[in-house]
Design a protein around this ligand. Structure first.
Ligand SMILES: *Cc1c(COP(=O)(O)O)cnc(C)c1O
Length: 347
């Protein structure tokens, strides 16, 4: 099976497994795991932040960051397609009691003007907005890479209005590789940032939240409260360190493969590639022109050994470690076959 469902499907490679198996470990909850501590200091220097916290998942990073940065009944500004809004079970509302104020977007990006328009005049009526969230790269928006100028502009508008800024950098390193702009330059615009190791960096689990010392001190208390404190977590952290050292540059291969998929699939009559020039490691398709909705398209692909995923009424395919150009070529053949048989049925 050629699995293009998500980059979360990456498997730890043999050398990553070995690094994990032989990791030096200690009690992470007491700050005594040397491998976790090494990972955190690597992250602080890569992201240009004072302090960092190791957590089991990206979702917990978002949950804890919003908990630290807000009070109940405040509002957070998020784009309408963001992961924190669409795919985290309403966690920010559940744990922090905040309201989501949705910014308009089609690709996951928005402008400083959109931010300013979303800010209510101060009054007793409106929930006070306190945090602006930005997702880099943007998942549902199409694997979109914001430009540094766009990020600087929306964060500046937010800071001027007294808000704090938070980056969901689940795939920040895809943006780094796609743009050539180092991680620290993206992060300097944010009070709170996190990156995920279980997506394109291809470790089995782990995420790191970073910010200034005061922010991380508060976050540490919520980590304990949320059940995110761990024990010999060096086993996890060793996979993350291995990923930082070995799996960043190779993201360029995934981006090339996504371009290859977009180009070739774009030649198939009836199939619309919604991301003709993919920014990173994902592409989106509209299958309605081939007489199939996303669901039946996916079922037909699956029967021929190719897995993609449904997002709304669109189909998403993600390239990653473990997916070669040959795999993409095979997937393209299968899509051609599925579309052709759909066309034949329609005749
Ligand atoms: C996957 C993902 C998350 C959540 O991360 P988990 O590690 O799966 O909890 C958050 N934001 C984005 C953009 C993601 O793709």
């Amino acid at each position: 099976v050629i699995d293009l469902f998500s980059d979360s499907a990456t498997q730890p490679t043999q050398p990553m497994r070995e690094a994990m198996a032989y990791a030096e470990v200690g009690d992470e909850q007491r700050g005594l795991d040397p491998t976790v501590n090494r990972l955190l200091s690597m992250i602080c220097s890569m992201l240009g932040k004072e302090a960092a916290l190791f957590l089991p998942s990206g979702t917990m990073c978002n949950a804890i960051a919003i908990k630290v940065l807000t009070n109940p009944s405040e509002s957070i500004l998020v784009d309408r397609l963001s992961h924190i809004l669409r795919l985290e079970a309403g966690g920010a509302a559940m744990w922090s009691g905040v309201v989501f104020d949705q910014l308009p977007t089609t690709d996951g990006t928005f402008t400083a003007d959109d931010v300013l328009k979303a800010l209510p005049a101060p009054s007793v009526y409106s929930p006070p907005p306190t945090v602006l969230c930005v997702e880099q790269t943007h998942n549902i928006g199409g694997g979109t890479v914001w430009t540094l100028a766009e990020i600087a502009s929306v964060c500046q508008a937010a800071h001027r209005a007294g808000l704090r800024t938070h980056m969901d950098g689940a795939r920040l390193f895809n943006a780094v590789v796609a743009s050539g702009v180092p991680a620290s330059q993206w992060c300097e615009h944010f009070d709170s940032v996190w990156i995920d190791f279980s997506k394109s960096l291809a470790a089995p689990f782990g995420a790191v939240l970073a910010g200034n010392k005061q922010f991380i001190e508060k976050a540490r208390r919520y980590k304990q409260a949320f059940g995110g404190s761990m024990r010999q977590a060096g086993i996890m952290a060793a996979g993350c360190i291995y990923a930082l050292e070995n799996n960043i540059e190779r993201l360029a291969i995934d981006h090339e493969n996504a371009k290859f998929l977009a180009n070739e699939l774009g030649k198939i009559p009836g199939l619309k590639v919604l991301t003709p020039e993919p920014h990173s490691n994902m592409i989106f398709l509209d299958t309605s022109g081939c007489g199939m909705n996303a669901e039946s398209f996916l079922k037909n692909l699956q029967q021929l050994g190719v897995t993609m995923c449904r997002m709304d009424d669109r189909v998403r395919a993600v390239t990653r470690l473990g997916i070669s150009k040959e795999d993409c070529a095979r997937a393209i053949e299968v899509v051609q076959q599925v579309v052709a048989s759909g066309a034949a049925r329609a005749r």
